[in-house]
Design a protein around this ligand. Structure first.
Ligand code: SF4
Length: 410
């Protein structure tokens, strides 16, 4: 498994230092992050992907129940199934472009201004000389947070690789996220960049890195950068949002004391009278939420390390029952009960996204087109987001007139 060097301006924190240049220095004052169980599972999955691509394997399915390194837990079936999707994607590219050049777990850096500390490790890179096409692939093993293909991280990787292989002619760069275990969106998604997009982006990188290297680099709070910022619990800019909250609460007729203890909070219905002020209050909430999350996470980390926090205690998370051995339980139902198989192991239809893949394999694009007649795309309702978010605005008055109830077909 390739060792990863830590870069001050790395890809995984690009969303943070690009928006808040001062975060790079503040984060560098913190102790190294302790690997949690989700990060460790990601490391193991990446190691399996690296091994498969380096060895040119078609399948990793026989790694279920296998520990890749001494001391590591065995891979579960869902781990290897997820990695297999990435292996299939890479192999498909390699067979489509037999002249392809391949890099695996390779660090690329961007010579941004005077800094050589900007870059990241790309999981897999495929360059197809016949198409002048560069594909930068990032595998995500997490099932929780949906990662957009247009993230600054992917754009940074794409730029770093493009600038790192100047000996090759590049006309298009595909930045592909493979996140098979996340139930939201397509498991494989690609953002397409032209070299000029990435050259323009590298100017933004230069500017952020230059700002970060000034004597007093700016700390700029915002939803995107502050959420999960490891320095959030010590960040003066974020803490300064609290007095603003107190002022905002007071403006609405509520009260917080100096320690941000709630004395009284204004009822949301009181905010109906001034939509502009309500919008300002809404804008402040994500930053405050980021601070709350950071303080909670930090307190939990300290408590796990044995620090006693007066008035708090650690208790086991709620225990959930599960089958000790699913195969054994299945056989027990068959032998010991009179239940039909459908009663104890009901079959469910695949999700539309997964069914599409199966049908495409079995019946090609025509099958997928025929299946589309069975599918409706339905939103479960409306949600309020900032103007800058993706999606067309819907006029609520027109919706009310049309007799909108709870679902929107799109
Ligand atoms: S918490 Fe927000 S403002 Fe503070 S360093 Fe992190 S990203 Fe910047």
């Amino acid at each position: 498994m390739t060792e990863k060097k830590h870069l001050t301006f790395g890809g995984s924190s690009a969303h943070r230092w690009l928006n808040c240049p001062g975060s790079a220095r503040l984060c560098s004052t913190l102790p190294p992050q302790v690997e949690n169980e989700h990060m460790a599972a990601g490391t193991r999955a990446h190691a399996l992907l690296e091994l498969a691509v380096r060895e040119g394997r078609d399948s990793v399915m026989d790694f279920a129940g296998v520990a890749l390194q001494p001391g590591w837990p065995e891979f579960g079936a869902d781990d290897v199934e997820a990695v297999q999707i990435a292996v299939d994607y890479v192999n498909k590219l390699l067979s489509k472009y037999p002249d392809a050049v391949l890099w695996v777990e390779r660090m690329f850096t961007l010579p941004a201004g005077a800094s050589d500390d900007v870059g990241g490790t790309a999981d897999v890179v495929v360059y197809a000389p016949s198409m002048n096409l560069l594909t930068v692939i990032d595998y995500k093993h997490g099932r929780g947070k949906y990662v957009n293909e247009n993230t600054p991280q992917m754009k940074l990787y794409a730029a770093c690789v493009m600038f790192g292989i100047t000996e090759y002619l590049i006309e298009r760069v595909d930045a592909t996220i493979i996140q098979p275990r996340c139930q939201v969106g397509e498991p494989i998604r690609t953002a397409i960049y032209s070299p000029s997009d990435l050259i323009a982006f590298s100017d933004d990188v230069d500017a952020a890195v230059a700002a970060a290297k000034t004597e007093d680099p700016p700390l700029i709070p915002g939803d995107e950068q502050c959420h999960w910022c490891p320095a959030a619990h010590v960040c003066p800019a974020l803490a300064s949002a609290l007095p603003a909250t107190a002022a905002s609460v007071a403006e609405w007729g509520g009260e917080l004391d100096a320690g941000a203890t709630v004395v009284s909070l204004p009822p949301p219905s009181a905010m109906r009278a001034d939509p502009a002020k309500l919008a300002e209050t809404l804008k402040a909430l994500p930053v405050i939420q980021a601070w709350i999350d950071a303080v909670e996470a930090h307190a939990e980390e300290l408590a796990m390390g044995g620090v006693l926090l007066p008035g708090f205690k650690l208790i086991p998370k709620q225990a959930r029952r599960k089958w000790v051995d699913e195969t054994h339980a299945f056989r027990w139902f068959l032998k010991e009960t009179l239940l039909d198989e459908d009663e104890f192991a009901p079959r469910n239809l695949l999700s539309v996204a997964r069914a599409e893949k199966v049908v495409k394999k079995a019946a090609g694009s025509d099958g997928v087109k025929a299946m589309a007649a069975l599918v409706v795309k339905e939103s479960s309702g409306l949600k309020l987001v900032p103007d800058s978010a993706k999606g067309d605005a819907i006029n609520p008055l027109a919706v009310a007139e049309a007799g909108f109830v709870s679902a929107v077909t799109i």
